[in-house]
Design a protein around this ligand. Sequence first.
Ligand SMILES: Nc1ncnc2c1ncn2[C@@H]1O[C@H](COP(=O)(O)OP(=O)(O)O)[C@@H](O)[C@H]1O
Ligand SMILES: [Mg+2]
Length: 322
Amino acid sequence: MANAIEVENLVLEYGKNTALNGISFSVPEGTVLGVLGPNGAGKTTAVRILATLLKATSGSARVHGIDVGDNPNEVRNTIGLTGQFAAVDEYLTGYENLEMVGRLFGLKKAEAKTRADQLLARFDLEYARDRTAKQYSGGMRRRLDIAASLIGRPKVVFLDEPTTGLDPRSRMAMWDFISDLVKDGTTILLTTQYLEEADRLADRIIVLDKGSIIAEGTADQLKAQVGGERLEFVLTDASQKDRALEILTPIGLDAPSYDAQTRRLGMPVSGGADDLTTALVALKEADIHVVDVGLRRPNLDDVFLTLTGRAAEDEQAVEEEK
Ligand SMILES: Nc1ncnc2c1ncn2[C@@H]1O[C@H](COP(=O)(O)OP(=O)(O)O)[C@@H](O)[C@H]1O
Ligand SMILES: [Mg+2]
């Protein structure tokens, strides 16, 4: 499979601050690469270089074999860009925004209109077609932003933190839209701070920390490193331990562990909340009482803790502490 994106030894220095410290990766055509990292890791910097908005200090990047530094205009014709720098006009309606982008993209008037309506339908925004973008919610605006980036039917799309700040329902809706894009064969580079999001959408993940790649692999490989999902129960009565272990064993991926001191039972699972419900119902039927219950999913912090021995640093938080 040919690579849609190839990055070699990319370095970006802002004065004496190194935003990218020589990263290399490639993204095969039609696949999704998740770039996972906390604030300040260098995600947007990498995207901006690939999208030809920023020149690398050294190293090279190619999109469909075309060097972003040497031939930025050619690259721009094949990509769709969304995120922190997207240009949705607040005072135009959703429809007008898309029509305008279509015209800017060189579509004929009739074509731009048709395309605008197609994209509004595709992103469930038909009902808000004639409202100004100013009246859109955060989730609707992100969808409009992505719709605008797809006007030119790009083969490669960059999504820079598409769900940061969205409520859970809008986040799930966004995941569905992104999955549809993937089905069309679009190559996607998606940056995110959420392991769950990368897990859901990405074929491969690179973990970025302070401008360097500190891990890469599939979501399963990363999760295996950090230990996956776990169910935990604290028994009310320690004498019910054996019976509880017997009931829980078939639900877990592995035999449950038990800590006598805390009366805590824990086991790895793969079914999330469904497994939690199954386990609770089974325990209740057996009249086994618990004082505490929890479902733990590994997140970016767990990944960082495992990989670096320290928590993911939020650069903004660090700044604020100063
Ligand atoms: N315009 C800029 N001038 C100076 N430093 C910058 C600029 N933009 C980003 N940086 C720095 O580069 C690093 C990477 O930033 P960025 O790529 O925005 O990270 P992310 O998108 O992962 O949050 C950070 O240390 C950030 O402070
Ligand atoms: Mg960013």
